[in-house]
Structures are given as C-alpha cells and as structure tokens.
Design a protein around this ligand. Structure first.
Ligand code: PXP
Length: 276
C-alpha cells in the first residue's frame, strides 16, 4: 500500500514568529510540497497561536492545491477553533490534546473527555472527516470507533523517544507522553544497562503500535501515524500494518534548512520507500 506523506509546516510559522514579520511564509511551502509530490499539508492551529495563525489557515485553505489537515484541540467556545474550522470548511481535522506549557503535543487524546465527543459531533455535522490523535491502546481505539471518527493517528512519540535515546547521547527528549519523563537515565545506571532497557522498551512500543494499527483496521478505522518521526527512525513505522498516512514536521523542516525543502521532502520519501 502506498503511504501518504502529510507535511506538517508549523515550524515554518515558528521561524516567522521568531521575528513576528511575514517571512518565511508557510503558504510558499505548500507549493514546494505539491511539486515534491506530498499528498497532504498538515497545520496545527494552537490555542495560543504560537506558530500558525487564523490568517494562515484561511490563506492556506484558499490557495492550497493539496488537501489540508488541521490539527486542533476540542475548543468548543463561541468563536473558538472548532467553530472557526467548521465555518471555513476545512478538508479534514485531527483532534489533539493541548497544554499551554508543552513544547509539542505530548500525549494522545483522553477519548472519554466529553468535549471530544462534542467536537466530533460538531465536525461530523459540518461534513468534515475527523481523525483523533491517540496513544496506541485498545481502549482509545474502541472509543474512537464508538464516536464515529473516520481514522486514528497513532502517537509515535514514545517510540521516537526510545529510539532517539538509544541511538544518540540525548539524556531526554520532548517527544514522549508524560509517563516517559520517568524514563530518563538514572545517574547510577551504566550506558549498557540503559541500552538494554531502551531496546526492551522500544520493542514494546513497536509492538503496541503494530497491535493498535491492526485492531483499528479491524474496526474499520483508517490508520495514520506521526510525531517525532525522522530520517533514522522511520523504518519500523513504515512497516506498521494498514498504515495509510504519516504526518511529519520537525525533521523535514529542520533538514530543509540545510538542503532546501524540496530535497528534504525527497529524502524522506526515499527513506519511506527504502523501508517498505
Ligand atoms: N501529528 C500530530 C497529531 C502532531 O501534533 C504533530 C506535531 O505537531 C505531528 C504529527 C508532527 O510531529 P513532528 O513535528 O514531531 O514530526
């Protein structure tokens, strides 16, 4: 099965916001992505508007030749994000949890929170397909199906956290959900002990993602994945059963600074193709 690549362009807006001017423009990236045969653009309209702004969403939706997937929190307030995206008629929405203090989305959605149910109903009424960003566990998948979403995006942050710690000298990464904070090296732990523990944990994270992908497919849900994926750790994720779409941002935009966006996308497409 061909896996669609969704390019997350939030970090282009992050760079722009470092100066609060109008460059670089995330919309320009959309056209480069189209030329490089990306299948989808992904943007996250955060409550604090730290990178993508309302006007970016409007301009990208108006001009994008690619489908646009907007990640957002279940903000049901009057004039809030859910209302705005319904009015704009976005192509697709991925509901994510949001915390002001986090550097990036740290964990999957709590699928039992009442606002998740309400946001899904609201988007479905507006005819907008909804996916939910969840931890790879059965309970979240069952609930996703009950609530009538079209797909689940499996959070690969815990996997990425283990992978990056095992293959680099990083003492800690921000890719993982809250519980992974306890999984930083202890001071008395030798590198060999830590590597053994990380390998074990990595195998469990991959297994959880594989089981979740199969189970979601069995329940009739589309299977997507994303978070913390890069040129080195992509191979086991590409092999997940029934995987239809990957959403990748940080690693591609970071590489784009060195080789240009077109080439960075091509390099990721090659890494995905080589792993299949
Ligand atoms: N998918 C979702 C739901 C996300 O929230 C993010 C981060 O915004 C990504 C994918 C992309 O993650 P990364 O930037 O680590 O590739």
């Amino acid at each position: 099965m061909k896996i669609a690549l969704g390019l997350n362009i939030d970090h282009i807006a992050t760079l722009r916001q470092a100066r609060r001017i109008h460059q670089p423009d995330p919309l320009e990236a959309v056209f480069i992505a189209k030329n490089a045969q990306v299948q989808q653009i992904t943007i996250h309209l955060r409550e604090d508007r730290r990178h993508i702004h309302d006007d970016d969403v409007r301009r990208i939706l108006t001009h994008s030749p690619l489908p646009v997937n907007v990640e957002c929190a279940c903000d049901l307030s009057a004039g809030g994000v859910v209302e705005m995206l319904c009015d704009l008629g976005v192509h697709k929405v991925t509901l994510v949890p949001e915390k002001r203090e986090e550097i990036t989305t740290e964990g999957g959605l709590n699928m039992h929170a009442p606002q998740v149910d309400s946001a899904i109903v609201r988007f479905r009424e507006a005819g907008i397909p909804v996916a939910v960003f969840i931890e790879p566990d059965r309970e979240s998948i069952v609930r996703a199906q009950e609530l009538g979403v079209s797909g689940v995006e499996l959070h690969t942050g815990a996997f990425a956290h283990c992978y990056d710690m095992l293959h680099s000298c990083l003492p800690y990464s921000h890719n993982a959900r809250g519980s992974m904070r306890d999984f930083a090296p202890k001071s008395a732990q030798t590198r060999a002990d830590l590597a053994r523990e990380l390998k074990d944990r990595l195998a469990r994270e991959i297994n959880a993602l594989e089981c979740a992908a199969s189970y979601a497919h069995t329940l009739g849900l589309l299977v997507f994945a994303g978070h913390g994926l890069n040129y080195e750790n992509i191979a086991p994720i590409v092999k997940l059963p029934h995987l239809q779409e990957l959403n990748i941002g940080h690693s591609i935009i970071a590489r784009a600074l060195m080789v240009g966006l077109y080439q960075a996308i091509k390099d990721m497409q090659e890494a995905i193709a080589n792993a299949l």
